[in-house]
Design a protein around this ligand. Structure first.
Ligand SMILES: Cc1cc2nc3c(=O)[nH]c(=O)nc-3n(C[C@H](O)[C@H](O)[C@H](O)COP(=O)(O)O)c2cc1C
Length: 192
């Protein structure tokens, strides 16, 4: 017989991100962050390649990334609106963890599976932060897809990408529920 864990199931059925712009101080310190990162690193990973790592980004580094996003936006010819959008998550944030996808050479594990695993780390990190009582939000934004921003801002190599910035802080207001998928529309039951 299954041995259910109702508290975990209840969390998964009700979990909800908190918009990054509503996250306030305080943010978790290193000791509080370690179990959250530990939980996130406990993620399905075909072949034990560990195709991911973390960069914990504090306030001063976020300010630097905001300026770099503006510099890169201008260099790329982006509109003022897009440049402002590129800056804002770094301007508003107090703490973010960048989950870095690190592609590992493998004859057996295709690159896409390493990408999926990095995405799973992002969800694990988000859920661990939420379950620890923090507000958290998984963001990307155009700078995360700009190789020059990644290299200059975070020192990433060519085989590394940003799977997500997980912003973590203190919830200041609970967001309304978000419409959730219609299970009948997205689920097909194959019996034969
Ligand atoms: C890869 C990825 C990137 C995302 N980037 C952004 C983003 O840049 N801005 C944003 O508002 N939401 C972004 N989202 C959406 C939010 O993280 C999240 O899905 C939404 O707020 C609802 O989350 P919830 O199901 O935890 O409530 C992204 C989601 C994913 C999976």
């Amino acid at each position: 017989m299954p041995d259910p864990n109702p508290a975990t199931l209840d969390f998964l059925m009700t979990r909800r991100s908190r918009p990054a712009k509503t996250l306030a101080l305080p943010v978790p310190d290193r000791a509080q962050l370690m179990p959250i990162l530990t939980a996130a690193a406990r993620t399905p990973d075909h072949g034990k390649l560990e195709p991911w790592r973390f960069i914990v980004i504090g306030r001063a580094a976020l300010a630097r990334l905001a300026d770099l996003a503006e510099t890169r936006g201008k260099a790329l010819g982006k509109s003022p609106e897009d440049i402002a959008k590129g800056r804002i998550q770094f301007d508003q944030g107090n703490l973010a963890v960048a989950v870095i996808e690190v592609q590992k050479p493998s004859e057996k594990i295709p690159p896409i599976e390493q990408t999926y695993s990095a995405g799973a780390v992002c969800l694990g990190l988000l859920n661990a932060a939420l379950a620890s009582g923090w507000g958290a939000n998984w963001l990307s934004g155009w700078p995360s897809h700009d190789a020059t921003f990644r290299a200059q801002g975070l020192g990433l190599n060519d085989h590394e990408r940003i799977a997500g910035f997980i912003h973590i802080g203190t919830e200041s207001s609970a967001p309304p529920e978000r419409p959730r998928p219609d299970l009948t529309a997205i689920t097909r039951w194959l019996d034969t």
